[in-house]
Write a new protein. Structure first.
Length: 132
């Protein structure tokens, strides 16, 4: 957990390390395309933590312009957007269907110190299908 105003560089470094060997990422954040400024901040944060290699990225609730912006950061990224699956409140980053990162305040506050921020990392149980 991080308090308001607390530096978030450790969050970025930790998430980047968790993502470095990924081949498939799921991004679930209802607010990622809430407004253009937030979308831009969220995508810049994701660009910092996602590996620049062949990567399938499934994004829930990202609009077309945001999807295109994210995809423009690496020619090796295959970015797909989905609007369904409205059953969750928190934001999530799923790595290869094995690791789930729950972000209490979304991607926006992972890199923005204006509010507090908490994230939880846990393994996904075998045969538990998250956001598929």
């Amino acid at each position: 957990s991080f308090e308001h105003g607390e530096n978030r560089s450790k969050v970025e470094a930790h998430l980047k390390a968790l993502c470095q060997d990924a081949s498939h990422i799921v991004i679930y954040d209802k607010y990622i395309s809430n407004n253009s400024a937030q979308e831009h901040t969220d995508i810049n944060f994701l660009e910092k933590i996602l590996p620049k290699k062949k990567l399938d990225i499934d994004c829930y609730f990202i609009k077309g312009s945001g999807r295109n912006d994210l995809a423009s950061h690496s020619q090796e990224w295959n970015v797909k957007s989905y609007s369904e699956n409205n059953n969750h409140h928190d934001s999530y980053l799923i790595i290869d269907g094995k690791i789930e990162i729950i972000l209490s305040s979304g991607f926006y506050h992972a890199g923005n110190t204006q509010m507090d921020f908490t994230y939880v990392v846990r393994y996904i149980k075998k045969n538990q299908n998250r956001f598929a």
